[in-house]
Write a protein that binds this ligand. Structure first.
Ligand SMILES: O=c1ccn([C@@H]2O[C@H](COP(=O)(O)OP(=O)(O)O[C@H]3OC[C@@H](O)[C@H](O)[C@H]3O)[C@@H](O)[C@H]2O)c(=O)[nH]1
Length: 312
């Protein structure tokens, strides 16, 4: 929108919210369509960012069949749209295509280590077949595709009930509740701030790189370190609580971003603490918003008939 393009947002609001784009509603270049990509879509566009699919593990595991349909039928539909109108399509793929990786850090040529029947499979395998579909359409139909393998990302406008670790820890720390660490907390992740990701996606879309590219921040920490860091940044007295570990939880994850640096001239620029402070500020405001905007139906005023006076 800020570059002056006409933008159509398509969302079924399974995990999205109108509030996230409300500042653009009414702008002449902006359109919001309530639509599910599992159904075909007929519009005229020249670039498609295919970002559909819940991305938070509790969300995608909540309805695995829907997650599979979105990533398979939904991807076929948007590829069909790209083919019909001659648009370029960027797929939001994921670091989860590497599964619980045996190669560290993960490079794009690593094929991954995925449990095809585990609880994460609807998402991991869904995204893997979505990549396969992109390259089949590229080879057979000449559709221009771009594939971003997105590593853990956070930032403002995440849903309070998202369930991923950054929003969970920040909300728990702000409310004085225990920070819930799954397992021992020795598993690692590397988190990027949302604006870095957006810049990477736009750079990839407008590049000539059709093979998959990792987009992530390579600064790696254990989950326990993240819990302590967030507690300190919030200034919270919350305890750290160890819960049972999640099944098939990847034990180590960190992107190798040499390819993005070399071919897109892209790398993350927002330091972790600066990004976390912005997210903390956002969630603080969200908690205030929630406290002040609970929907309480107002009682209807009694209907008073005019013109007649009743005498009992
Ligand atoms: O409250 C929590 C939530 C999560 N965790 C742990 O924190 C780590 C990160 O968990 P998240 O749920 O944030 O995200 P995951 O790394 O498991 O999956 C993510 O991977 C990359 C993206 O494609 C997706 O956004 C998502 O699937 C995991 O080890 C998880 O077990 C906690 O310890 N406590």
């Amino acid at each position: 929108m800020m570059d002056g393009h006409e933008v159509t947002v398509v969302d079924n609001f399974f995990t999205g919210r109108k509030r996230n784009v409300e500042h653009w509603i009414g702008h002449e270049n902006f359109e919001l369509i309530n639509h599910d990509v599992v159904e075909p879509l007929y519009i005229e566009v020249d670039q498609i960012y295919h970002l559909a699919s819940p991305a938070s593990p509790p969300n995608y595991m909540y309805n695995p069949i829907k997650t599979l349909k979105t990533n398979t039928i939904g991807t076929l539909n948007v590829l069909g749209l790209a083919k019909r109108v001659g648009a370029r399509l960027l797929l939001a793929s994921t670091s989860e295509v590497y599964g619980d990786p045996e190669v560290h850090p993960q490079t794009e040529d690593y094929w991954g280590h995925v449990n095809p029947i585990g609880p994460r499979a609807c998402y991991d395998e869904g995204k893997r077949v979505a990549e396969t579909m992109c390259y089949a359409y590229m080879k057979q139909e000449g559709v221009e595709v771009r594939v971003a393998r997105i590593f853990n990302t956070f930032g403002p406008r995440m849903h309070m009930n998202d369930g991923r670790v950054v929003s969970n820890f920040i909300l728990q720390a702000l409310q004085g509740e225990p920070l819930t660490v799954y397992g021992s907390g020795s598993q690692t992740r590397a988190f990027q701030y949302v604006s870095d990701l957006v810049n990477g996606l736009v750079a990839l879309m407008n590049s000539n790189v059709s093979s998959p590219v990792n987009l992530g921040n390579p600064e790696e920490h254990t989950i326990l370190e993240f819990a302590q860091l967030i507690k300190n940044l919030v200034g919270s007295g919350s305890e750290i609580q160890f819960l049972s570990e999640a099944q098939d939880d990847p034990q180590k994850r960190k992107p190798d971003i040499k390819k993005a640096k070399l071919m897109l001239g892209w790398e993350p620029v927002v330091p972790l603490e600066e990004g976390l402070n912005k997210a903390i500020h956002y969630f603080r405001k969200e908690l205030e918003y929630q406290a002040n905007n609970q929907y309480i139906p107002k009682p209807k005023p009694a209907r008073i008939k005019k013109g007649r006076t009743r005498h009992n």
